[in-house]
Design a protein. Sequence first.
Length: 392
Amino acid sequence: MTEFLVKKFIKNYDQTEQPEIRTAYGLLAGVVGICCNLLLFAVKTAIGFITGSISVMADAFNNLSDAASSIVGFVGVKMAQKPADGNHPFGHGRIEYIAAFIVAFIVIEVGVSLLKTSVGKLLHPQELTFGMVPVIILVLSVAVKLWMALFNGKLGKRVHSKVMTATAADSLGDVAATSATILSMIVFRIWHVNIDGLVGVVVSVLVMIAGFNIAKDTLKPLIGEPIDPEMYQRIMDFVNNYEGIMGSHDLIVHNYGPGRSMASIHAEVPSDVDIEVSHEIVDRIEREAAKELGIFLVIHMDPVEVKDIRVRRLRQMTEEILMNLDERLTMHDFRIAESEHCVNLIFDLVVPRDYTEQMQKDCKEAVCQLLKERDERYCGMITAECTYCMER
């Protein structure tokens, strides 16, 4: 069914890197979510009135909140596709994150409201009625929600959408909530024990948890998050594969909405090559990165000594020292400044994110001491920094 809907309503559906195609996926997910959730709300509301079940009614209004969420998401996707203008030179892509954040508060508010009602039912329980037809309809609704979770999860993974991924998680929470509702009706039928209010509390908590999870996931790109390791390696490999580039480091990616990214990177070029030649290589990389990766890439050139054997030997020695201290340590921008009685080894030390300021200080002191042990004239001039890549 998922592939049928995608092929039916999205032209060039396989070109997921294109912003307009990605928007089409978002609109399709929104429309499907609105239709399915409104249908489930209508059916469950009718069942709730018939059976007098607060847990069924809670589940119904949860679906209504999901429909409202889908509407907000739909509008957010439409607004996010607006092109860049004078006030927003990087486009309006982050509106999609803001829309998802609004959805999170809608879900949390519904959960709080349902919790109050469910607690009231715990204190003042009412008689339930059991019917096979309502149970069957609820089971079917579980199947619908499970399909919606798979649908949004598959589309979200295909276009790298946090909103769709969060919606999929929300749908899985609904599966658990409706299953709990069915359980309360079956328990009442078999043992005549009314756990409706208790189940309503469980449903409410599940709804609120889903809301908090959506908020957490959508806050990350708004506040700023590290680049995914796979994308990090993809960009690094893309730059490093060009002839005339010796290596790269200090990759930073700024997210301006799904599919809208700007990045900066330091590319190492041979110091003995004419600067105009290296500049032309860098310009070509920036142009082709925009075309092939869809990223606005800005490259800073770092000249690297490649012919001086002594500099290469000292660099290799320093890398071995770092590897022995912690295999996660790396360095870049290595150079030396030499006088009669001192050889300054100058470089940037990249440490893991879990290093505290004290650990960074201790690490630099340890490296300097180990350099001194190799030769009393060696002095480490070290600048410590953390990577911007998400650590696995």
